[in-house]
Ligand binder design. Structure first.
Ligand SMILES: C[S@@+](CC[C@H](N)C(=O)[O-])C[C@H]1O[C@@H](n2cnc3c(N)ncnc32)[C@H](O)[C@@H]1O
Length: 264
C-alpha cells in the first residue's frame, strides 16, 4: 500500500477535475490532435485513474494509455473503474527510473504527484523525456497556499508547519513540495521545452464538506510530526476548523498545473 487510499482519491477527484487549468487542457488537446498517429500516453503515479478519466474524453479516441503506479491495490481499482481492457496498467516503483521504458511515448502525465518528488528525480526524468521527445502534463502540484475565508489565529503557523512536512522525503528523497512547479518549469526550460503554467486551486466550500473535513483532519498528523505547534493547540485548531465547515466556511488550496512541450 502507498498510503493513498481509494476513498481519499475518490473524494478529491471531483475537486481536482474542477480545478484543472482549462487553458493548459485546451492547449494539450490541440497539440495531441495535430499528431500523425494516435498519441501514446503514460500516466505516472496514476492512483485509481483520475487523470485518465479527465483527459480521455479530450484526447483523440484511439489514444493508447498506460497507467503506472507501485500500489497494486490502486492499479486494480483503476482497471475496475475504467473497465476497458485496452487501458494497460504497470506496477512499477518510479524511484527506479532506469526501468521505465519511454519508447513510443508522446506524453507523460501525472496529477498530484510531482510535489512528492525530489529535484534530482525531476531532473533525471526530464533528461529522459527530452531524449525521447516526450511532452509532460503535470497537474495539481500543491503550491503552498491554504487560505480559509474565516481566519483562525493559528492558520499561519499550522500551514507553515504543514508546508515544512510537504518537503520531507516521500520516497524520492527530499520532496519539492510547494516548489515542484517552479523547479519543473526551470528544468524543462533549460532543456529547450516550451513551458506553460496555470493556477488550478481547489475552492472548497458548501457542498464539499466531506473533502474539506478530510483535508483538515489530514493536516493534523503531519503538523504534529513537525513538532512546531503543541498537540493541544493543533487539536483545538482542528476542532474550530471543523466547526467552521459546519457553518458553511470555505477554503482555497493552491495548486499549479504545468505543460511542457518539446522543441519541434
Ligand atoms: C496523491 S496520489 C495521486 C494519484 C492520482 N494521480 C490522482 O490524481 O488521483 C499519488 C500517487 O503516486 C503514487 N506513488 C507515490 N510514490 C510512488 C512511487 N515511488 N512509484 C510509483 N507510484 C508512486 C501513489 O501510489 C499514488 O497513487
Amino acid at each position: 500500500m502507498s498510503g493513498f487510499d481509494t476513498s481519499w482519491l475518490s473524494l478529491r477527484e471531483p475537486a481536482d477535475r474542477a480545478a484543472r487549468n482549462p487553458v493548459l487542457l485546451r492547449r494539450l488537446a490541440a497539440v495531441l490532435a495535430e499528431g500523425e498517429r494516435a498519441p501514446h500516453v503514460m500516466d505516472i503515479g496514476c492512483g485509481t485513474g483520475s487523470t485518465y478519466r479527465t483527459l480521455s474524453a479530450r484526447l483523440p479516441q484511439a489514444t493508447d494509455w498506460l497507467l503506472v503506479d507501485y500500489d497494486p491495490a490502486l492499479l486494480g481499482e483503476a482497471s475496475r473503474l475504467i473497465g476497458r481492457p485496452e487501458v494497460k496498467t504497470l506496477q512499477q516503483d518510479l524511484t527506479d527510473l532506469e526501468s521505465l521504458t519511454l519508447d513510443g511515448i508522446d506524453l507523460l502525465t501525472a496529477s498530484a504527484f510531482f510535489d512528492l518528488c525530489s529535484l534530482s528525480f525531476c531532473e533525471d526524468l526530464a533528461a529522459r523525456l527530452a531524449k525521447h521527445n516526450v511532452a509532460l502534463y503535470a497537474a495539481l502540484n500543491y503550491d503552498g497556499r491554504i487560505i480559509w475565508t474565516n481566519r483562525h489565529v493559528l492558520d499561519i503557523q499550522i500551514v507553515r508547519s504543514f508546508n515544512r512536512h510537504q518537503a520531507t522525503d516521500k520516497g524520492f528523497g527530499e520532496a519539492l513540495g510547494p516548489m515542484a512547479t517552479p523547479h519543473l518549469k526551470s528544468v524543462f526550460q533549460g532543456l529547450g521545452y516550451e513551458v506553460l503554467t496555470g493556477d488550478s486551486p481547489w475552492r472548497i466550500g458548501p457542498g464539499e464538506e466531506a473533502l474539506h473535513r478530510a483535508f483538515v483532519e489530514g493536516m493534523v498528523a503531519p503538523v504534529l510530526e513537525m513538532g512546531d505547534v503543541d498537540r493541544a493547540s493543533v487539536e483545538s485548531w482542528r476542532d474550530q476548523r471543523l466547526a467552521d465547515i459546519d457553518q458553511g466556511g470555505s477554503c482555497l488550496v493552491g495548486h499549479l498545473d504545468l505543460l511542457a512541450l518539446p522543441p519541434r
